[in-house]
Ligand binder design. Structure first.
Ligand code: TMP
Length: 240
């Protein structure tokens, strides 16, 4: 097989050129980072679980009308995707206060929010992905107002869907991060859900014990990281 041509290497994934001009191959690594790369490690098998879990969720979201970059899973660690121009924002949806929200604003950890809270962070590692307002986004042309309206709706729809999906398997969806991109598919401009949705990008707590089943196990040195990812896959019915 021909050597794949690398387009971009991120902290947890690599993008290679795809078979068609508007496609790419997204490869899930086992590398884990936290706190903007200050903490680094390898979690054996993480890429395999994230690929599986993300494929499962993206397919389901597609069924409820969310267009995504996923074309199909190619192997244990690879997905064929549409190449999208990533909007340089992280869209964070929170149902329960924890993480940076509690640190920045002094809100008590575990506070249940009256309704989903949507935050925007500017994707820039050197600046530490700072929180920004809608006004920054439109002023600096990171996204159009019309794009933000559509994405905000998507974020809330995805949150409702995933809350229910995880509730059905005894998991609380505490918060998560989404990324979106612009792509041209069959000559039509589309906003696509991109990147991944996995225990790397969500906070997932067991409904009863509140045991953390996500990357916080790595961030906070709680141990049994891969076991938690495996448990999420198993509960979703996509374990081995
Ligand atoms: P935060 O509380 O650290 O801001 O994180 C909120 C959610 O976003 C949490 O589910 C983890 C996820 N997240 C990412 O996926 N990537 C990131 O770079 C950060 C900072 C958070």
């Amino acid at each position: 097989m021909k050597e794949k041509e690398k387009i971009y290497e991120g902290k947890a994934k690599i993008l290679y050129k795809g078979p068609e001009k508007n496609t790419a191959i997204q490869y899930f690594k086992d590398d884990a980072t936290a706190f903007n790369n200050l903490k680094k490690s390898t979690i054996e098998g993480k890429g395999i679980f994230n690929n599986k879990i993300s494929e499962h969720i993206f397919k389901k979201l597609n069924q409820i009308g969310i267009k995504t970059h996923l074309i199909k899973k190619l192997g244990e660690r690879e997905q064929l995707i549409y190449m999208a121009e990533i909007i340089p924002l992280e869209f964070i949806v929170r149902n329960i206060a924890t993480g940076s929200l509690t640190k920045k604003l002094g809100i008590a950890d575990g506070t249940v929010l009256s309704k989903p809270l949507l935050e925007y962070s500017y994707k820039n590692d050197e600046l530490g992905d700072p929180l920004v307002a809608r006004e920054h986004i439109t002023e600096f042309n990171w996204a159009l107002s019309t794009e933000l309206d559509l994405i905000n709706n998507h974020c809330l729809k995805i949150n409702s869907f995933m809350q229910e999906m995880f509730k059905n398997v005894g998991i609380k969806l505490v918060d998560f991060k989404l990324e979106f991109g612009r792509a041209s598919i069959n000559g039509k401009k589309e906003i696509l859900l991109a990147d991944e949705i996995s225990p790397d990008t969500c906070r997932l707590w067991d409904m009863v014990s509140e045991k953390k089943l996500d990357k916080d196990r790595f961030r906070k040195d709680l141990g049994n990281v891969i076991e938690a990812y495996q448990e999420v896959a198993a509960r979703l019915g996509i374990g081995r």
